[in-house]
Design a protein around this ligand. Structure first.
Ligand code: ZN
Length: 306
């Protein structure tokens, strides 16, 4: 099973303040590890084009998109929220990271590829319809899902999010769109404290107390995600692949390891084989311990291609 991996050198131009955890070294560490382990040569690498305005406007309010462009600085940093800043190269990186999802959807729906990993920055799942937050500007995974739904043959897509933080932006964007199943596991209570208790048939929230380990995580996912997916029968599956639920991550307090990320990926692959001819588009969200991020991503990609 081949995998198409989207990367772009311009992601490195999105640099927030010194010491910010969402930093260029994240994707650099992943790519270096994939190279060292020999995995990278098995993937087809692609550089994304920038996202189209049409795709952005499907998920974000035009006034918010204009605000972002207007506030992009020529030097220094502009604050979007206390943790989220625009540097001079940030919006270009964000447009490429979102563009990777738009392009991935075309590739997969055209039947050219079945598995994609978008190894991009900035991440996206906290970005809501009209607001950036939590290191996110454009909601990459939501942009992909809405691009898929714009295709005449696609009525149901699933977004599965195992980042340690709740995918509030994705829920915000699709809360009234029953054609998108959003299943999110997350530490609770924890940032972002939004939408975690929203009850809808197509919104599956799996809150996990701090200290949750691999076996308890697997049990919760089997309990919540499998029946929801069996019932929903997605035609395409997206993954918000955050690796900050790793036990060594500085931003979370869950105790998963690389084997747990391999496990959940195998489960998603099995679901995709059952329902959507194995079609999966995964995109990087969080993960802030560089070594844990690199080994967990490698485990995810190995399982995604097996
Ligand atoms: Zn996160």
């Amino acid at each position: 099973m081949g995998l198409t991996l989207f990367t772009h050198p311009s992601y490195d131009q999105h640099k927030m303040h010194e010491g910010h955890p969402e930093r260029p070294e994240r994707t650099q560490a992943i790519l270096a590890h994939l190279k060292e382990t020999g995995l990278l040569k098995d993937f087809k690498q692609r550089k994304p084009n920038g996202v189209t305005e049409t795709a952005l406007k499907r998920i974000h309010e035009p006034a918010y998109l204009e605000r972002l462009v207007e506030s992009a600085p020529e030097s220094g940093l502009a604050f979007v929220d206390p943790d989220t800043h625009l540097a001079p190269g940030s919006l270009q990186a964000a447009r490429l990271a979102a563009g990777a999802l738009e392009e991935a959807v075309s590739l997969v729906l055209d039947g050219d590829v079945k598995r994609v990993f978008a190894c991009g920055r900035p991440p996206g799942h906290h970005a809501e319809h009209d607001a950036g937050m939590g290191f996110c500007f454009y909601n990459n995974v939501a942009l992909g899902a809405s691009a898929a739904l714009a295709h005449k043959d696609v009525e149901r897509v699933a977004i599965l999010d195992f980042d340690v933080h709740h995918g509030n932006g994705t829920v915000d964007i699709f809360k009234d769109t029953p054609g998108v199943l959003v299943a999110s596991s997350f530490q609770h209570p924890h940032y972002p404290h939004r939408y975690f208790d929203l009850v809808r048939d197509h919104i599956v929230n799996t809150p996990l107390p701090a200290g949750t380990d691999g076996p308890a995580f697997r049990k919760a996912i089997e309990r919540d995600w499998i029946p929801a997916l069996e019932k929903f029968k997605p035609q395409l599956i997206f993954i918000s692949a955050g690796f900050d639920a790793h036990t060594d991550d500085p931003l979370g307090d869950l105790h998963l390891d690389a084997d747990d990320f391999a496990w959940i990926t195998r489960l998603i692959v099995a679901m995709a084989e059952d329902h959507c001819s194995g079609r999966i588009i995964s995109t990087l969200e969080g993960g802030y311990n560089l070594e844990a991020l690199a080994t967990s991503t490698a485990a995810h990609l190995k399982a995604l291609t097996s």
